[in-house]
Design a protein. Structure first.
Length: 216
């Protein structure tokens, strides 16, 4: 199934600016949704398609930085580009430290703005792919039995079959069978792939938890 195209969400209380910006973005091939306030955007976000947020800094009631904070509380990771006519260095530093992709001052050229949007969307797409891959890895790891998990924890640390057999109180033949099942369940073709998966999940930074003859 094809992934729906990202939407550019324009949040600005200046109607004429929203209209002009929406016209530019649509002419450049983007799908656009615009909002007259941060509160309006928050009410709509649950049913909105992912994309990039073009956000004004100074708006009545709830400003751009406050909206950024609210989105962070909701673990909402859509990229944010601030567009403001009241930019200053302290504000831009706060926005960037809080995760904003860019901080642009009005008026901004269409070339600079569109380039910033492209960068933000590419980075977001990359982060989503990484997140989806990690979720897939976690699902595969969850299919391992407790003993297979022990074998996996040892094999990705370079433990030899003979050493594993001694630590786990079983035979090398049994260890080989477990290793084969681990590779099959994780859908990896080599030990290097298994190690890469464990590293991506942060498992190599954790101590290997294994059983012994007495614990079996």
């Amino acid at each position: 199934m094809a992934t729906a195209a990202p939407v550019i969400h324009v949040v600005d209380d200046d109607k004429s600016f929203r209209t002009a910006l929406s016209r530019l973005l649509k002419a450049s091939g983007h799908e656009v949704a615009d909002y007259a306030s941060a509160a309006c955007f928050l009410r709509s976000i649950e049913h909105s398609r992912p994309g990039c947020i073009l956000l004004d800094v100074q708006m009545p009631t709830l400003g751009g930085l406050q909206l950024q904070e609210e989105l962070a509380k909701l673990s909402h990771a859509w990229p944010i580009i601030f567009l403001t006519g009241h930019g200053d260095i302290p504000t831009s530093v706060l926005a960037i430290k809080a995760g904003a992709e860019d901080f642009l001052t009005k008026p901004v050229s269409s070339k600079i703005l569109l380039a910033a949007i492209d960068r933000a969307l590419l980075r977001y797409e990359s982060l989503q792919r990484s997140h989806d891959q990690l979720s897939s890895f976690k699902s595969l790891i969850a299919t391992l039995t407790p003993r297979e998990s022990e074998v996996f924890a040892l094999m990705v640390r370079g433990t030899l079959n003979k050493q594993m057999a001694f630590q786990l109180g079983t035979s090398e033949r049994t260890i080989k069978a477990h290793r084969h099942m681990v590779m099959r369940k994780l859908n990896v073709q080599s030990l290097a792939e298994a190690v890469s998966m464990a590293e991506r999940l942060g498992l190599l930074s954790q101590p290997a938890s294994t059983g012994t003859k007495e614990q079996r």
